[in-house]
Design a binder for this molecule. Sequence first.
Ligand code: AP5
Ligand code: MG
Length: 189
Amino acid sequence: MLNIIIFGPPGAGKGTQSDFIKEKYNLTYISTGQVLRAEMAAGTEIGLKVKDIINHGGFASDEIVTEIIEKFIVNHPNTDGFLFDGFPRTVKQAEILDELFERYNLKLDGVLSLEVPEELLIERMLERGKTSGRADDNIESIHHRFVEYENKTKPVLHYYQDKNCLHPINGVGTIEHIFSDICSVIDKL
Ligand code: AP5
Ligand code: MG
């Protein structure tokens, strides 16, 4: 079994690389951002609760997100492994993931951290915003996503660094080249 977190700031390429990783290693994938966008689109109770916050670049509550994650883990008992994208995003979420892993007898193999400078992230998200329909791909929301990332998500890096499972990856370059760097790391896990 192989359980991996793909980590990185908004626009770092987590979703793009996940598509390749989950195929190659046969992993069960979840992007909490994608799940929350689907809840918003379907107008569910959760969707209505988080819509304004997310569209302005803020975070959904730890309670909502960890409930989504627990359901996801419980629903896939026979998987070859999990790939988490966009979760955990706060230290509280990382602590809860540790508890869930213990409860369901799972082990975290590694955290792949995509590193990309802010100017390039902004460029990528503004470009995507022209066609993505994502309400948070505008300059105001992007700035707020960066503030949230700095304040709440960066501490998660130190959390995993202290556990010796953090693997920095250069997220600048072609998608293929970055994927090949990721595979070199995963193959050693
Ligand atoms: P989420 O959906 O996770 O968004 P994000 O973290 O802001 O990241 P993105 O999805 O925008 O970027 P990405 O890293 O996946 O990059 P991508 O591959 O798309 O979360 C959205 C929101 O949901 C959050 O702000 C929060 O409100 C809420 N949320 C989610 N999880 C939560 C949690 N755990 N707790 C609380 N709230 C939560 O690439 C970006 C663009 O660049 C694409 O257009 C892509 O084509 C392009 N690109 C990718 N790689 C390359 C490359 N190598 N070269 C050139 N272009 C590239
Ligand atoms: Mg994404």
